[in-house]
Write a protein that binds this ligand. Sequence first.
Ligand code: NAP
Length: 303
Amino acid sequence: MKLALVGIGKIAVDQHVPAITASLDWELAATVSRKGHVEGVESFAAIEAMLAARPEVEVVSLALPPVPRFAYAWAALQAGKHVMLEKPPGATLAEVHALQALAEERGLTLYATWHSRMAHAVAPAKAWLQSKTVTRAHITWREDVRKWHPGQDWVFEPGGMGVFDPGSNALSILTKILPTPVHLTAADLDFPSNRQTPIAARLTFSGNVTADFDWRQEGHQTWDIEVETNEGQLALRMGGNVLEIDGNTVAGTSSIMGEYPALYARMAELVRLGESDVDLSPMVHVSDAMTLGRRASVDPFSF
Ligand code: NAP
């Protein structure tokens, strides 16, 4: 299938382009980006120009930040294209609901991707937890924003999500693996005094579940989810790529490179089946944290 990739920035270059070009399902037919391009692929500065010039493109994959993404998704669906959304799927829940309704009305596939759900050890972790009672869970997601989002001021603008940009990856795993859903009950959010979104957050959920997100972590980076149950302990490390049961590594690999190929394989499957896949549960937790969160002002942040 012919695919157009929109937003040729960090994640497009690091993950989308290698996954698309390595797949037998896809042909990268065009790109849309104001500045970026992919060598050997026709590039357009505006999505309307691409849609008009390349009617044979069937699928549009949006690797833009969340705030500008809605207008692009809407235009693509209106033009009869199936659409794949980077995470988090939108700047607000309501705009994703609007996209869902339009896709359904037009009989098109809408896929709200959560790349961390495709990490190697997530499926075995879900299977292990399925028959157990969770007594406690804790997420530690501490990384260096300067390393992973160099110079990306949009993450600190309204709708950029701040530390919930990576935190939503953890929440996408949590919502996938827990046998019983939880809901947020309290949050503490640290806003740099010169920024609009939090740089750190501590969350409390029902069911004795807690989370610690921090974007100021230099040196060693931590992406762990630890779960205690009535029948032993599980830990997902390396962003869901390594599974430990009672302290022993039982599955996974420390590479994250399988996640985007798995997303594109899933998109091909959804288009063939004529289905959509839009799970907003990780974003509901983010939205609830912004609603319930107690805000503190912390040191200003600059890249
Ligand atoms: P990015 O490099 O800052 O942005 C991607 C591209 O989007 C930019 O190169 C830019 O291309 C275009 N863009 C940015 N702002 C725009 C605007 N206001 N209007 C139109 N186009 C705009 O960001 P990224 O790191 O790739 O992240 C993009 C999405 O991928 C985010 O939702 C993020 O959560 C997700 N993601 C990122 C990572 C990561 O490690 N960075 C990992 C997984 C997922 P042009 O200027 O050429 O138009």
